[in-house]
Design a protein around this ligand. Structure first.
Ligand SMILES: [Zn+2]
Length: 373
């Protein structure tokens, strides 16, 4: 293993920030893993420590077959947001930008750079794409610290063959997002992890960090018809809720990740196996996710657990109103039929706030529009 530190521009006199990048193994293919791009989401930080421990031993035993790059904390900028005892961590304090949005490379600019170089040789086309994307990541440093952070991360990840971005929700069943053009690999990943919910998205629209890695391949292939051998597979892993930080869960998730990497040819004889499923599995397109919104302010209490199927109109919880003369509640009904898989833990809710999410049976939003939270 070798470890590199990438310095970010100092945000103020006397401050230095850096990313730590571990590289293990060698080979033409690269898997890249990072955690806590949303700096308030910590389960993945522990998972990657478990992954790292295992990979170091596998490397010593000569069992790594390709390169694996680990960025153990993806957002030192957000991690330093300590506000009266909390780490907000989700949005950049200077620009207001969500740390997991707005870093995609312009597909038209990629197309312009690669069009003349692509031919009928898929391996050659892959090399052209990876070199171009890597250079564009380095060039897009921008003016703001968040842009320098994105550039530094993408300079390590954008030419990868596999990219796994570790996040978590408020309180959720573990789930995974990936492009709907890579259903087969996404299913393998979900099966290895033992995650019950798989969300498939059209990456041609608004994308997060994961889709930033797959969108250029999809758009360039569509525009040119050129063949590619192994476009990047990228996924976001939502590791349950923000308080689900435990060695037991982290060990389990690390096993699932290693099983997937072994299945994809990155290592051998890891001893890792696909994790068991605790629930029925559900795979839906992201545009079938129905967000449950609060209509009043007050305290939310739930009548339904995550993993339960709910019917449209069913009474799933109550908002306890606090500003009435006598105790009063407003029922919350399911806005769609499907599988309840997330709930908020910000129990003091307000009109418009998100109460939870249902993997529903029908389309809820326009395809290609990334969920906005
Ligand atoms: Zn996140």
């Amino acid at each position: 293993m070798h470890t590199e530190r990438i310095e970010l521009p100092a945000p103020a006199p006397g401050h230095t920030r850096a990313l730590t990048v571990h590289t293990l193994g060698s080979g033409p293919r690269k898997a890249y893993l990072q955690a806590a791009l949303h700096a308030d989401e910590w389960p993945g930080l522990l998972v990657l420590q478990h992954v790292l421990e295992r990979l170091i031993k596998l490397e010593q035993a000569g069992k790594l077959l390709q390169r694996i790059v680990i960025v153990p904390y993806a957002n030192p900028v957000g991690m330093n947001q300590r506000l009266f005892g909390y780490v907000p961590g989700r949005f950049d304090a200077v620009t207001g930008q969500n740390f997991n949005r707005g870093m995609s490379v312009d597909p038209d600019a990629v197309l312009e750079k690669v069009r003349e170089q692509l031919g009928s040789d898929a391996e050659h086309n892959d090399r052209v794409m990876r070199e171009t994307l890597h250079q564009m990541a380095l060039d897009n440093r921008g003016d703001y610290e968040i842009q320098a952070l994105h550039s530094a991360l993408l300079s390590q990840s954008l030419d990868a063959n596999i990219m796994l971005d570790l996040h978590c929700d408020d309180e959720a069943l573990p789930h995974v997002f990936y492009g709907d053009h890579q259903r087969e690999t996404g299913k393998s990943l979900g099966d290895c992890l033992g995650f019950p919910v798989r969300l498939e998205e059209d990456v041609r629209g608004v994308v997060a960090f994961d889709g930033t890695h797959t969108q250029p391949w999809v758009k360039v292939a569509e525009a040119t018809g050129a063949p590619f051998a192994e476009p990047c597979f990228a996924a976001t892993l939502e590791l349950r809720g923000s308080t689900a930080v435990s060695d037991e869960l982290a060990r389990r998730d690390a096993e699932g990740i290693l099983a997937f990497l072994e299945q994809q040819g990155y290592l051998s004889d890891s001893g890792a196996s696909p994790q068991p499923q605790a629930h029925d599995t559900v795979a839906v397109n992201v545009d079938q996710v129905k967000v449950i919104k609060a209509a009043d302010n007050g305290l939310i209490t739930y009548r339904k657990d995550m993993g339960e199927r709910v019917e449209k109109g069913e009474h799933i919880g109550d908002i306890v109103l606090l500003d009435r003369d006598t105790p009063e509640r407003v029922p919350v009904t399911a806005p769609a039929t499907g599988f309840l898989f997330t709930r908020t833990v910000d129990y003091l809710v307000y009109p418009g706030s998100t109460l939870g999410m249902i993997a529903s049976d029908e389309r809820q939003i326009e395809p290609g529009q990334q969920l906005s939270f």
